[in-house]
Design a protein around this ligand. Structure first.
Ligand code: BTN
Length: 269
């Protein structure tokens, strides 16, 4: 198995990415590539590791990160001003990753809102987007399984793709895809974004179960408050896409639409 190599990754980047990426740094072992970039304050830097000791997932979960040839990748990106579409970055990252995987001939994958990559109803990749420096810096973290982690119900690219490219190539195309999207983020209209999103949305028009913790519940201005009891609420509805903030739109049994933020709920289908 080819090891991850920072120089190889940088050399393979597209010309535009090379212009905007200041550095690619690789580690054999690290707590977390996201945490490292958060602390380092570096702009436009790629950080990759063979193994993470404290890989982090969304909503305070951990991300299993053994030294097995998977991809643990983070990109820190600085903006001059807080971007208008900041709240869409985590969903856009999912779209970008789906597109990069398609470019390597993967088929049948899609996004479970907000940004989990699934294939054959199994998780293939996860994304953790964090902000720093008064929202002018984002750290985009991607965990992409090359090998499955059966005990977690996660599949790997090796299960679903005959010819898995070596990781330096995959990392390069993922970073190229992300840079291209970040450079046009300000110009992206919601209509354009949504047009892309719905091609990958695997829960669109399907029945979903919303699991909501009472303390974190918050209503959308156009929706109704869901803070009722003290225990975790389970709400059934039909997923109807996302709004301008990247919140999921869910149609309730009575036809009302409610909006949920990714920090507040988890989704099952
Ligand atoms: C999730 O699905 O919960 C998100 C998982 C994100 C994992 C990646 S691996 C690289 C980066 N560093 C981390 O600590 N987390 C992200």
């Amino acid at each position: 198995m080819e090891r991850i190599n920072a120089q190889t990754i940088f050399a393979k980047l597209a010309e535009t990415s090379q212009k905007y990426i200041n550095d690619v740094i690789s580690f054999d072992e690290l707590d977390s590539t996201n945490s490292w970039l958060l602390e380092s304050k570096q702009c436009n830097t790629v950080c990759v590791a063979e193994k993470q000791l404290r890989g982090r997932g969304r909503r305070g979960n951990s991300w299993s990160s053994p030294d097995d040839g998977n991809i643990y990748l983070s990109l820190s990106w600085c903006f001059d001003e807080v971007p208008v579409n900041l709240s869409l970055i985590s969903l856009i990252t999912g779209i970008s990753l789906c597109e990069s995987l398609s470019a390597h001939s993967l088929q049948g994958h899609g996004l479970k809102w907000p940004n989990d990559i699934y294939i054959n109803e199994q998780k293939l990749a996860g994304i953790l987007v964090e902000t720093a420096d008064n929202l002018q810096r984002v750290i985009i973290g991607i965990g992409l399984n090359i090998y499955n982690q059966d005990e977690l119900g996660w599949c790997g690219l090796k299960d679903v793709l005959d010819d898995v490219p070596e990781r330096n190539t995959l990392i390069t195309s993922i970073v190229d895809g992300l840079v291209a999207k970040l450079l046009v983020l300000e110009q992206l209209s919601f209509a354009e974004f949504y047009n892309q999103w719905k091609q990958w949305d695997i829960v669109l028009d399907r029945e979903v179960l919303i699991l909501q913790s009472p303390q974190r519940g918050k209503s959308h201005p156009r929706g109704k408050s869901l803070q009722q009891g003290k225990s975790q609420q389970q709400i059934k509805g039909i997923a109807r896409g996302v709004d301008e903030k990247g919140q999921i739109k869910v149609e309730m049994g009575n036809g009302d639409i409610q909006y949920f933020h990714s920090a507040e709920i988890s989704l099952r289908w």
